[in-house]
Design a binder for this molecule. Structure first.
Ligand SMILES: Cc1cc2nc3c(=O)[nH]c(=O)nc-3n(C[C@H](O)[C@H](O)[C@H](O)COP(=O)(O)O)c2cc1C
Length: 289
């Protein structure tokens, strides 16, 4: 089923969620077939920041029933090295490339959007205004005026589709996308992780090096569905649904709420081919209707 998403031609509605599928690492581990039989219909990169980041102190992951709590903290090479080393390989993927970026202030975000806009082979830009694992991460994404001001600041810098990634950690997550749409966002994606605090079972100290982390996986799906339903009702731009999608059935439910695409995150850690499986399950459900 071919889909036109903000002018990007996709072979189907299932893409990866940022930060949960690294095609270059997957190719090193599993070989060339990762590239030739890519499991998603588009690739969304892990968040890129202007400066290189080490990420948060370990431990960075806590596995809980049907969920994962991460405090990764956006480790990445930084814009310059990523552009020189990773981007040339990522543009060789057989699917459209969407670059996810985060700035610690508007100037940084403008630098990122301008730089990505100049690159050949990039189909879209996702603005991560919603990471719960960095100091300022949720501020922009949880404040409608901050968020729309941020979109308005970068909108003139690119003609590429701009996707705003929303946080579920806001008083009313459905309040943010409408002003973002008015400021020029072409699409919204949701949800990022929910803030969570796992304790060490014996010491009762925070388990994660970063203190709190972001909860993902099937445990958050009902929250994602509820927020997705209100956002799909309130905006006219396309919405990418994510949060706990682990099957074709879960993907079909998000599409039935009005999502244009569905992104798979945590499930790819359990099964690196999850994207292909979920697409096949979804196609079987759609043809049986
Ligand atoms: C280990 C891990 C790393 C993540 N890194 C990023 C990231 O770099 N940028 C981003 O926008 N979201 C990041 N996310 C959030 C996911 O893209 C997604 O919004 C969230 O996990 C919900 O989907 P899921 O339940 O299918 O995992 C990360 C999630 C996990 C679990």
């Amino acid at each position: 089923m071919s889909i036109n998403f903000c002018g990007i031609e996709l072979s189907g509605p299932v893409i990866n969620a940022s930060g949960t599928f690294d095609p270059l690492a997957a190719r090193r581990a599993f070989g060339e077939t990762v590239f030739t039989e890519f499991p998603f219909s588009a690739h969304v990169t892990k968040t890129i920041t202007v400066d290189p980041r080490e990420g948060n102190r370990p431990p960075r992951l806590w596995e809980a029933p049907v969920s994962l709590i991460n405090s990764i903290g956006l480790p990445n090479k930084g814009l310059k090295r990523w552009t020189e080393e990773d981007l040339p390989q990522l543009v060789a993927l057989p699917v459209p490339l969407i670059v996810n970026v985060m700035g610690f202030n508007r100037e940084e975000l403008k630098t990122l959007v301008e730089a990505v806009n100049e690159q050949e082979g990039v189909s879209g830009i996702e603005l991560n205004v919603s990471c719960p694992n960095v100091e300022t991460g949720t501020i922009v994404g949880s404040d409608p005026r901050e968020c729309s001001g941020t979109v308005a600041a970068v909108r003139p810098l690119t003609k590429l589709p701009l996707i705003v990634k929303l946080t579920p950690n806001a008083t009313d997550p459905a309040e943010v996308p409408k002003p973002a749409e008015a400021a020029g966002a072409d699409a919204v994606s949701m949800i990022n992780t929910l803030r969570g605090l796992p304790l060490h079972p014996i010491t009762r100290e925070p388990w994660l090096g970063g203190g709190t982390g972001g909860v993902s996986g099937p445990a958050i799906r009902a929250v994602a569905m509820s927020q997705l339903a209100s956002v799909c009702d309130s905006v006219s731009v396309p919405v990418i649904g994510m949060g706990g999608v682990d099957s074709g059935s879960a993907a079909a439910q998000m599409l039935s709420l009005g999502a244009a695409l569905v992104a798979v995150g945590t499930e790819s850690f359990r099964d690196p081919r999850a994207g292909a499986r979920i697409s096949a399950e979804l196609a079987a459900i759609q043809t049986s209707f």
